[in-house]
Design a protein around this ligand. Structure first.
Ligand SMILES: [Zn+2]
Length: 144
């Protein structure tokens, strides 16, 4: 399992449909392993070639068909990087004070959980991937 790094690859630009997603547990484990190997904070399944709405978030969170159902707070800009865009940094504005997300966990149990700060940012970055959106479309170049 390795990371797709061509930003024009259709797997990275296509909005994945919401549908029933069954993924072998070993493939979810492989996603987590891949995320850890690259010391990433998150990974979307389509970044490693699976056309499925599944993300992993450091350290061990698995989210199947994650959807942000509400957000609270003011927009905050921070820099983001992406495994699929080596060397690219973008200033991306997102609401991260509190987001509520519904998803199914690795056992397909429906969850509704609130996240904040960096985790909220990572989840939104990874959901963007599932919608075919890269940080190059989200933010300006980071200027120090
Ligand atoms: Zn990314």
């Amino acid at each position: 399992m390795d990371i797709l790094k061509n930003p024009r690859h259709p797997m990275l630009t296509y909005k994945l449909p919401h549908r029933v997603m069954l993924i072998p547990p070993e493939d979810i484990k492989a996603m987590l392993k891949c995320m850890h190997k690259y010391m990433a904070l998150g990974l979307a399944a389509n970044q490693v070639g699976y056309p499925l709405r599944i993300i992993t978030v450091d350290p061990h969170l698995v989210m199947i068909d994650p959807q942000v159902i509400s957000v609270k707070g003011d927009p905050v800009t921070a820099y983001e990087v992406c495994l699929s865009l080596p060397g690219v940094t973008r200033a991306v504005t997102r609401i991260v004070e509190e987001i509520t997300v519904t998803y199914k966990d690795a056992e397909y149990t429906l969850c509704e959980t609130k996240f904040s700060a960096m985790t909220a940012r990572v989840i939104q970055h990874e959901i963007d991937h599932l919608n075919g959106i890269l940080i190059t479309e989200r933010g300006d170049e980071w200027k120090v």
